[in-house]
Ligand binder design. Structure first.
Ligand code: GDP
Ligand code: MG
Length: 659
């Protein structure tokens, strides 16, 4: 007898990502879900050798005959890109949070991305064993960030300080936690009233989207549990509501209930593909959501990918590349598989030249949207310890960016430095560790230099004469230069005021070029800007004058004139927009002022209820580690964007003499 004679056909492969703040218990929940499906946890390292909390983890299991790919995402804001990339790949998200209204951290931003992807999701309030207040408080704190109503499906049952079980709000049944399972118990008397209230609230929310239910509510007819369940599932599937479940990953509490929700509510992979606009066909379509240039343990490169369409075989060609191994992961170890089908998340070996976000097999089709790399907010200046390693370093940096598009490399022409830019100190330290340990690059690290400039504040006239007699014919040039300040941002200008051939025409371009070249380094050692150099007068010698002689005379003249022209150091001032929940607006302004910032004002952040954008002009020199302080003072929520605005005189700056 086949099982399908009494049970619906098992669904095909589906995938889920666990996202949420750092420390909310995502990894514990990942392990617990795996363990419940018979895959023992092994909290070792990832394939790449990075620690788990800094990198997403993929795992595979089969639960009640159905195959699952599950992603454990890093929680820290500095690694959010990995979480976003995972959200672009899966069918469903579980938002894992703690039962504490002030531990929301990156949840507002996460909910936003989840909604942008139109990704069905539920909230799992973990660590229910350590519940202090009421679960409802956490739900209420989260609600403003969710477009759809959050619906609490379970209420904790307390005995003294301990949470011993839960009441299922819809079925009105009480359960006592016992390991991963739970047993039916009688509904405690003191829970009756709160449960009724919760059910009434839930029914009202559902009635908003269901006329039949609305009529019953209005006529005071109590709908049956089945009616409520039916509407609930419909609304969950369409995303009009988001269910909230509770549990304790570490104790296994609420796990089977969570698995049940996944089996019921995670849409089939084909449904996700349809939502993402993928044309059905047999031709494989694959998107890479993570790249690991694996370390010592696994030679070569692994591309973690979602198979959106078709199937893959080990060794088969794929869009010009070749599948050099197909892997699942069990207990943290890669397990080689021969084939994989649509809906699975797999690691593909040796897809050389294929970066994170790449789509393979999409001949002529619109590319699948993938998260834009976030703008960097923190940087180190790096250089190979040994110049001989420059080529090796640049190859390694290329691979780093291929793995993690939220890292960028910039060669700053003004300071001559190579900048490794990313999302924070931990993010960049992980990158540095990989440079050292995986790519074997010995590098020096420093804080990036500020691109100072100089200018002058006084008009001066300088006479410069070059006269050299060396053997045969000599060198002669004679110029009268006037240096004058120009308005900020006006740049360099050369003016020729020679009349009557005091300096012959053919030498004048050389004077102009030499004056401009002399601006490369002023008395303080920085480029000189916003100056007008006028060639006012001069003289020449018919035999000894030359372009070269006029160049030298001009360079010497400018170098002599600049220190007399009241030079001043200029520093870049950035326009900064800090985004924070409005309870931190005053704190953000204080931080900016503390960094010599000039506050321009603040306004509500568009599309972010309860948030403000604070705008300010801040010296770039003060912004190096600004993000670290901003996050520290805003429980990790604050972020900022910046761009160059103007140059301003430094009143008391590095290495500057007082005038
Ligand atoms: N009390 C309690 N602690 C938990 C539970 N789940 C996880 N933790 C603890 O919370 C901390 C963070 O867990 P982890 O899974 O690493 O969080 P992640 O950063 O979200 O992956 C660890 O110390 C866990 O032991 C739980 O259900 N109850
Ligand atoms: Mg973790």
């Amino acid at each position: 007898m086949t099982r399908s004679s009494w049970k619906a056909e098992p669904a095909g492969p589906r995938s889920v990502a666990l996202v949420g703040p750092y420390g909310s218990g995502k990894s514990a929940l990942f392990d617990a879900l795996m363990a419940a499906a018979g895959v023992p946890a092994k909290r070792a390292h990832n394939v790449s050798g990075r620690t788990m909390s800094s990198e997403l983890r993929l795992g595979h299991c089969t639960f009640m005959d159905e195959p699952w790919s599950i992603i454990d995402c890093p929680g820290s804001v500095e690694f959010s890109y990995e979480a976003w990339a995972a959200l672009a790949a899966v069918d469903f998200a579980i938002i894992v949070c703690e039962p504490s209204p002030d531990r929301l951290s990156n949840l507002p931003a996460l909910l936003r991305s989840i909604e942008e992807f139109g990704l069905p999701h539920l909230v799992f309030i973990n660590k229910i064993d350590s519940l202090a207040g009421a679960v409802r408080e956490t739900v209420e704190a989260l609600q403003p960030y969710s477009k759809s109503p959050l619906v609490l499906r379970q209420m904790p049952i307390r005995e003294g300080d301990a949470v011993t079980g839960y009441v299922d709000v819809v079925s009105e049944r009480a359960y006592r936690y016992c390991g991963q399972d739970s047993e039916l118990v009688t509904l405690p008397n003191e829970m009756r009233e709160p449960e009724q209230k919760a059910l009434a609230g839930l029914t009202e929310v559902l009635a908003d989207h269901d006329d039949a239910l609305l009529v019953k509510v209005l006529e005071d007819v109590v709908p049956t549990s089945d009616e409520i369940f039916a509407t609930l599932h419909k609304d969950q599937a369409s995303g009009t509501i988001v269910q909230v479940l509770i549990g304790a990953a570490q104790r296994g509490h609420g796990l089977l209930r969570l698995w049940k929700a996944l089996r019921h509510d995670v849409p089939p992979a084909a449904e996700t593909a349809r939502r993402r606009g993928i044309t059905p066909s047999d031709q494989p379509l694959v998107q890479v959501f993570k790249t690991v240039n694996a370390g010592q343990a696994y030679a070569g490169k692994l591309s973690y990918a979602r198979i959106w369409r078709g199937s893959l075989r080990d060794g088969a060609p794929l869009d010009g590349a070749r599948v050099g191994g197909l892997y699942h992961f069990a207990s943290g170890e890669p397990v080689r598989v021969q084939a994989a089908q649509a809906g699975e998340l797999v690691a593909i070996g040796r897809l050389e030249g294929v970066a994170t976000g790449a789509v393979l097999g999409a001949a002529g089709e619109a590319l699948l949207p993938f998260p834009e790399p976030v703008a960097p907010v923190y940087a180190f200046a790096i250089a190979a310890k040994d110049r001989k390693d420059d080529v090796k370093l640049s190859g390694a940096l290329h691979k780093l960016v291929e793995e993690d598009p939220s890292i960028s490399i910039e060669h700053n022409r003004e300071t001559g430095e190579t900048l490794l830019r990313g999302q924070g100190e931990i993010h960049l330290n992980v990158a540095l560790e990989r440079l050292a340990n995986v790519y074997n690059c010995q590098i020096n690290v420093a804080s990036p230099k500020v691109a100072y400039k100089e200018t002058i504040r006084k008009r001066v006239t300088q006479h410069s004469r070059l006269k050299r007699q060396t053997g045969g014919h000599g060198q002669f040039a004679d110029v009268v230069l006037e240096l004058a300040p120009r308005p900020r941002g006006a740049g360099f200008e050369f003016v020729d005021k020679i009349v009557g051939g005091a300096v012959p025409r053919q030498y004048i371009p050389a004077v102009g070029e030499a004056a401009e070249e002399a601006m490369q380094k002023g008395p303080f050692g920085y480029p000189v800007v916003d100056i007008e150099v006028t060639l006012a007068d001069g003289s020449f010698h018919t035999v000894d004058s030359s372009d070269m002689a006029f160049r030298t005379a001009t360079r010497n003249g400018v170098a002599e004139a600049l220190p007399k022209a009241d030079p001043v150091l200029l520093e870049p001032i950035d326009h900064v927009t800090v985004s924070v929940p409005n309870k931190f607006t005053a704190a953000a302004q204080r931080l900016l002022t503390g960094r010599r910032g000039q506050i321009l004002g603040y306004a509500e952040r568009e599309g972010w209820p309860g948030w403000d954008d604070v705008e300010a002009l801040v010296p770039a020199a003060e912004l190096n580690d600004f993000i670290l302080q901003l996050r520290a003072e805003t429980t990790g929520l604050g972020s900022y964007a910046h761009h160059f605005d103007h140059l301003a005189e430094v009143r008391a700056g590095p290495g500057q003499k007082s005038h």
